[in-house]
Design a protein around this ligand. Sequence first.
Ligand SMILES: N[C@@H](CCC(=O)N[C@@H](CS)C(=O)NCC(=O)O)C(=O)O
Length: 211
Amino acid sequence: MTEPLILHEFALSGNCYKIRLTAAHVGAVLQRREYNILKLETRTPEFVNNISANARIPVLQIGDRFLPESNAACFWLADSSPLIPIDRFERADMLHWMNWEQYFHEPHIGTMRFLRAFLFEENWSAEQRAAVPTRTEMGNRALGLMEDHLATRHLATRKWFVGDTPTLADICLFPYTSTAKEGGFDLSRYPHVSRWLADVAALPAHVTIIA
Ligand SMILES: N[C@@H](CCC(=O)N[C@@H](CS)C(=O)NCC(=O)O)C(=O)O
């Protein structure tokens, strides 16, 4: 018997979307429990004691076990699927992009989206406002690095981030890149990234963030 899978989430979060996107690609069925992070619903003692001590979504519940961190949850779902490369170097390279996404991409691009599209400028704290130029610069640097990577592969371009087929690296980079415009980023400056976004969205199992 397979264990029930419950995604504790805020549906419009890119980190939560990437888990639903992975599930769609591997044919996993998720039950969904929604928490409004704008109302601090993950900061309650009930959530901290029963779901995740880190007081953040997403958390993938597998039976009676709880797996926080979006990319760990994606890996659990995609393990042994075609989204995980067989080649040892490519498997590690996939992890490189997933770690990079969490440290150099999402903290700037995802945070700018949260500030502009969810919190709204009139509600920014002085600290949030002061960090906007740096976050914008760092977000553009991240998009530029993706652009350069996709643009150069010997004498051709790269279709996917790792190897010749879509991997979890593409799935995990997609949510915050595809919504970067909501954070004020101009994707027309990044034609290879825009082409890659269209390729990911054209995969047969693709689902949108609002699906
Ligand atoms: N690195 C974590 C990030 C988790 C995270 O920061 N989640 C945000 C939403 S994307 C959250 O729960 N915010 C609510 C809060 O900070 O109260 C992951 O990838 O899952």
